[in-house]
Design a binder for this molecule. Structure first.
Ligand SMILES: Nc1ncnc2c1ncn2[C@@H]1O[C@H](COP(=O)(O)OP(=O)(O)O)[C@@H](O)[C@H]1O
Ligand SMILES: N[C@@H](CC(=O)OP(=O)(O)O)C(=O)O
Length: 493
């Protein structure tokens, strides 16, 4: 078995839009190239032909909704998914035999999805488990398709379904992940010489994968596999060259960053630059495996490497003190001017201001407020408090229903007002820890540009300074901050 011939493992994760738009490039220009001197594992998300919001996972979620609605047409949605995959098979696979086998597999999966949804309609209930069963169809179809595409290039690939891996009972915690990593690696070791094409959907996760991990779970699946296999690198292939100093769609002068720390990557992800699922970093970095973000459209680009600043890679077991530079770019990074690394913005934010009616002590006030937020599953992105006042920025993508209910309960503790159509703007950078005056510079830069600050929050994370501004000022805010604090030598005086 060539996997046993000690070629280093590389785990490559392909997002849904990449599988949708560039399946042959992925097979020919990426997998087959790395396959020459690595043992490659490909992990794929459900296909999206255009954007994620119109992709297979979004459609499957809509189908589960329709199944519980009177007269809801979930079958039509599954038929759209079926037609999309049958069409992709014919378009991208120049081999009749492979196409016929794939068509049978696609039809079987889609028929099964319909049966599950019909059963849910009869029961008038969709449990977390049922939800997962339906959603996993997206990754199954995508991986069956990619395995056939790769096989059609002359390199044998096998479809690997991780949606029903049994890990035993228990909560989803580090121990659970550790067992899962080993199990995933064992399954992949069994495969031998063919390229494993693994469903980014993994189960059986207590509480359900979509409820506990959320959208973007394929990144985490790839991370767990990379750790289980002790891979040389985890590659996240996207349609962007890597992580930039700002969203390149919003800031034309944004620079590609050649290396950032996992903490920075996590902050950027939480605050609007959703380049990688935030749970990914923790698993991979503990095992000291570098993550590289790369572009499917420009496979030769270096991308962005996510790795801790003062760490060495596995196999490089020399002492960590003094820190060992792991690459020339790392040295450059160390010597570079110590400003923020990136600026990011998160839209669709509302701010809740609650002023206590002083009927209880302040700890009781905050405890009650958080009790209500917990009950209605409202996630707070930023918070700022005084003894009798609390302001909280909340992502308003949550449906309005729980918010309205939560407001009724919160009004028992004080006066509440809600400001909508806001966005969070954040400066992120590990170097900012030592940078006295950076917050002041950020806020004066915004004030000089005429951007009004609704709320300020600093200090929860030493590497993030955030504020809330009007949504209409979002583009101006990120551009002016990028121009003043990230594009030119930083002067704080
Ligand atoms: N700091 C950033 N660096 C790179 N991309 C960013 C950043 N902030 C936001 N983005 C956006 O994230 C998107 C991620 O790439 P893409 O492959 O299109 O996503 P997905 O895999 O979710 O479909 C890009 O469209 C890019 O504009
Ligand atoms: N298909 C899933 C999982 C995922 O990771 O997607 P992507 O890799 O395309 O972001 C989702 O949309 O959430």
């Amino acid at each position: 078995m060539s996997n046993m011939a000690m070629k280093p493992w590389v785990v490559q994760k392909f997002g849904g839009t990449s599988v949708g738009k560039f399946p042959r490039q992925i097979a020919e220009d990426i997998i087959n190239i790395y396959d020459k001197d690595h043992s490659v594992v490909a992990v794929c998300s459900a296909r999206s032909t255009n954007i994620k919001a119109e992709g297979t996972t979004t459609r499957l979620l809509e189908a589960t909704d329709q199944a519980l609605k009177l007269g809801g047409n979930f079958k039509k949605i599954i038929e759209t998914i079926r037609a999309d995959h049958l069409n992709a098979a014919k378009t991208h696979i120049p081999n009749d035999e492979l196409v016929e086998a794939l068509e049978r597999d696609i039809n079987r999966e889609c028929d099964e999805a319909i049966k599950i949804l019909e059963a849910s309609r009869i029961l008038d209930e969709i449990s977390n488990r049922t939800m997962d069963l339906v959603l996993s169809v997206g990754e199954k179809l995508s991986c069956m398709f990619m395995a056939a595409v790769i096989t059609s290039t002359g390199r044998k690939a096998v479809y690997v379904d991780f949606s029903r891996l049994r890990t035993g009972p228990g909560d989803i915690n580090q121990e659970f992940y550790d067992v899962l990593k080993d199990k995933m690696a064992d399954e992949i070791h069994k495969i031998g010489d063919a390229i494993p094409v693994v469903t980014g959907f993994f189960g059986l996760v207590p509480g359900g994968l979509i409820s506990t991990v959320g959208r973007g779970y394929t990144d985490l699946c790839a991370a767990l596999i990379a750790v289980g296999l002790r891979a040389e690198e985890l590659q996240i292939w996207k349609e962007v060259d890597g992580i930039f100093s700002a969203d390149p769609r919003k800031v034309p002068t944004a620079r590609l960053l050649d290396q950032i720390t996992p903490e920075e990557a996590a902050e950027l992800t939480y605050y609007g630059s959703e380049v990688i699922h935030p749970f990914t970093m923790e698993q991979v970095i503990q095992a000291r495996i570098p993550i590289r973000i790369k572009n499917v459209m420009r496979p030769k680009g270096q991308g962005t490497r996510i790795f801790p600043e003062n760490d060495s890679i596995p196999g490089d077991e020399t002492p960590l003190h003094p820190p060992i530079p792991v690459s020339p770019s790392f040295v450059n990074l160390q010597q570079a001017a110590k400003g923020p690394t990136a600026v990011t913005s998160k839209s669709n934010i509302l701010v809740l201001n609650i002023h206590s009616n002083k009927t209880r002590k302040s700890h009781g006030f905050l405890a009650h407020v958080f009790g209500v937020l917990d009950k209605w599953k409202l996630v707070v992105d930023l918070i700022s408090t005084s003894e009798v006042h609390v302001s909280m920025a909340i992502h308003a993508a949550v449906p309005d229903v729980p918010l309205a209910d939560a407001l009724v309960e919160l009004r028992k503790f004080g006066s509440v007002d809600v400001t909508r159509k806001l966005c969070i703007v954040s400066l992120v950078g590990t170097q900012m820890k030592q940078l006295v005056g950076i917050a002041g510079k950020m806020f004066t830069t915004l004030a000089e540009a005429g951007v009004n600050l609704e709320m300020i929050s600093q200090g929860a994370s030493e590497i993030n300074i955030s504020c809330v501004v009007d949504e209409r000022d979002s583009l101006k805010a990120v551009n002016v901050l990028h121009h003043r604090l990230l594009s030119q030598p930083l002067s704080l005086h």
